[in-house]
Design a protein around this ligand. Structure first.
Ligand code: IPM
Ligand code: MG
Length: 353
């Protein structure tokens, strides 16, 4: 099988090699794959003046799975809007129709003290944030600067069709059947017509899954509940924009955003796997970034795109044993405790496989 490796920008270039090391080490457990690297984001702009160069998209199309680091480079912050690094990632998700973004937030017991929340609030946390990924204000038109307005004015459009909502709804209910059988749909139906439609369609889809409990929550209340009682959630299904925001918040419950993996799936087994965090320009190049979110994303890749749940579990338990042995990167270390760098963390996981 072919895996596209897209390190992207910033710490992406440091953490992806660690996940690649892990994949390569699985060869001795019978894993075979061809890994091919290509630039995206700022790296794409550097290489071809395009945040998603055509050869990168072609490689992604033919690959069974894509492992991505992060996109975003302050060097390009003043670029015209359609040439920002993040556009490369937004286009890639859309081109491959990867509409279902799984962002599981699970607390490793070893990290209960790394969370900024009290241990009893997060102990045993295991929720799945399911983010719709190819619709909403990220893609809606019209968008952009408004020509001829009296002062600088810009517009974006929150837009959803019934079929886009229904398909992510079906994914949510199906996945809930394999977990706690509870779906909380997040919206802002009290203010936005788009979100009233979201709630209407979710309710209709929910009727086809009488064995799964469906509740609705406004996004502001969901943000509050995520820090007040995060364990009250099982599956959270959200529109694209709210999911972007809530998933960073959910990540912090687990101690560090450096721990949270993600999988973006469509109608086939092809998937895009990436850490939830960004390119972290402030620490890029220093060798201190936490590679575990990317390594755990590689585990999701093994499970969903390679049908190798056995290897996924091997990677996840290697991560657990490294944490249990006390190894920590700076983001998850307790004050005054020893800290290891990106490479050493990767090496420790490989050794524990
Ligand atoms: C994410 C990121 C992206 C998003 C950016 C880099 C385009 O924040 O995957 O959460 O907003 O979707
Ligand atoms: Mg985000």
């Amino acid at each position: 099988m072919l895996i596209a490796i897209l390190p992207g920008d910033g710490i992406g270039r440091e953490i992806v090699p660690e996940a690649v090391k892990v994949l390569r080490a699985l060869e001795r457990h019978g894993f075979k794959a061809t890994l091919e690297e290509a630039p995206i984001g700022g790296a794409g702009l550097d290489a071809a003046d395009d945040p998603l160069p055509a050869p990168t998209l072609a490689l992604a199309r033919k690959a069974e799975a894509i492992l991505l680091g992060a996109v975003g480079d302050p060097k390009y912050a003043r670029h015209p809007h359609n040439k920002l690094p993040g556009v490369g990632l937004r286009r890639l998700r859309k081109e491959l129709d990867l509409f279902a973004n799984f962002r599981p937030a699970r607390l490793f017991p070893e990290l209960r003290d790394a969370s900024t929340l009290k241990p009893e609030v997060v102990d045993g946390l295991d929720l799945l944030l399911l983010r719709e990924l190819t619709g909403d204000i990220y893609y809606g038109t019209p968008r952009g600067r408004v020509e001829g307005a009296a002062e600088r004015t810009a517009v974006n459009t929150m837009r959803y069709s019934e079929s886009e909502i229904a398909r992510i709804g079906h994914v949510a209910f199906k996945v809930a059947r394999g977990r706690g059988r509870r779906v909380c749909s997040v919206d802002k139906a009290n203010v936005l017509e788009t979100m009233a439609l979201w709630r209407e369609v979710m309710t209709e889809v929910g009727r086809q899954y009488p064995d799964v409990e469906l509740t609705h929550m406004y996004v502001d209340a969901a943000a509050m509940t995520l820090v007040r009682a995060p364990k009250s959630f099982d599956v959270i299904v959200t529109p694209n924009l709210f999911g972007d925001i809530l998933s960073d918040q959910a990540a912090m419950l687990t101690g560090s955003i450096g721990m949270l993996p993600s999988a973006s799936l469509g109608a086939t087994s092809q998937g895009l796997y990436e850490p939830v965090h960004g390119s972290a320009p402030d620490i890029a190049g220093k060798g201190v970034a936490n590679p575990l979110a990317t390594i755990l994303s590689a585990a999701m890749l093994l499970r969903h795109s390679c049908d190798r749940a056995d290897l996924a579990e091997r990677v996840e338990s290697a991560v657990r044993s490294v944490l249990a042995a006390g190894y920590r990167t700076a983001d998850i270390a307790e004050k005054g405790k020893p800290v290891i760098g990106t490479r050493e963390m990767g090496d420790r996981v490989v050794a524990a496989l």
